[in-house]
Design a protein around this ligand. Structure first.
Ligand SMILES: Nc1ncnc2c1ncn2[C@@H]1O[C@H](COP(=O)(O)OP(=O)(O)OP(=O)(O)O)[C@@H](O)[C@H]1O
Ligand SMILES: [Mg+2]
Length: 264
């Protein structure tokens, strides 16, 4: 197999006495879609925060394209890793296009002084950023909402806008934290199609989801986290059929409970 694009090695994150992420290893190869599943509170979002520089892991290391990723969100974005958030984080009083343009600014070179003086370089870059933003809005299907304020978009459209903003940073790896949360079945299918088209662009994707149909139909590999640790890792069929995964979601039968009694 090719060298991993992203490689997390023995990543741990502690909050006081709580170990939210415990010695997690995870790799994503170029072009792969990897799913991260696990019950509420398993540490999935915390792990994403460790990968994207929002948190400095208590221990372990994160490598991207062979180099150590500095624990600074802007540096991580510049290295080629973009993300969306479980709780949508948009600039609600800015338009859809402006939100996407913000994503692009990590790739532009003009300084604040260029902007204040409205130097030609700034004007040229601004026009390019705008054109680039329009392309991504079209890609995610929001070409009809360019000038709409983010707060006026439907929930599903806000999630798509976050994806457009992430794509505008020109990532090689996209991290999606529950991209279909709160969506109706139709929006969920559209999100699936969108993620498939993102893969066709050649991007690798790491996605956290609770919708198992979505995970098992889309992912090449799946990792299941429970209480901060990797419980099972493998291809979708293996993970789906593993009784420990079902148990992690539904809870183990209680000793002496009704099921035990039935068997006796
Ligand atoms: N900043 C923080 N300070 C203290 N504890 C935290 C912090 N962030 C998360 N935790 C705790 O770490 C654990 C893992 O939380 P996390 O949000 O990563 O889980 P998750 O797998 O994303 O869950 P969900 O599926 O509900 O989104 C939880 O017990 C949570 O309360
Ligand atoms: Mg979460």
């Amino acid at each position: 197999m090719t060298e991993p694009l992203l490689e997390a090695r023995r990543v741990s994150m502690q909050f006081g006495g709580l170990t939210a992420v415990n010695q997690v290893d995870l790799a994503v190869h170029p072009g792969e879609i990897v799913g991260l599943i696990g019950p509420n509170g398993a540490g999935k979002t915390t792990f994403f925060n460790c990968l994207t520089g929002m948190y400095r892991p208590t221990s372990g290391e994160v490598r991207f394209a062979g180099a150590l990723l500095p624990p600074k969100p802007r540096r991580v974005a510049m290295a080629g890793v973009a993300r969306t958030f479980q709780n949508i984080r948009l600039f609600h009083n800015m338009t859809a296009l402006e939100n996407v343009m913000v994503g692009r600014y990590c790739r532009t070179r003009t300084t604040a002084l260029d902007a204040v003086l409205r130097l030609p370089r700034h004007r040229r870059e601004e026009a390019e950023t705008r054109a680039h933003g329009l392309q991504w809005l079209e890609f995610v299907g929001l070409e009809g909402a360019v000038d709409a304020l983010a707060r006026n978009l439907s929930y599903g459209d806000q999630r798509r806008l976050e994806i457009a903003r992430a794509l505008a940073t020109d990532p090689r790896l996209l991290l999606l934290d529950e991209p279909t949360a709160g969506m109706n079945p139709q929006e969920t299918r559209e999100a699936e199609a969108l993620i498939t088209r993102i893969r066709w662009l050649g991007l690798a994707i790491l996605v956290i989801e609770h919708d198992m149909r979505f995970i098992f139909s889309l992912c090449d590999r799946v990792t299941c986290l429970v209480r901060g640790e990797v419980l099972v890792e493998g291809d979708p069929a293996t993970v789906q059929g593993d009784p420990r995964v079902i148990e992690a979601y539904l809870g183990a039968p209680v000793a002496g409970g009704p099921e035990e009694g039935d068997r006796a």
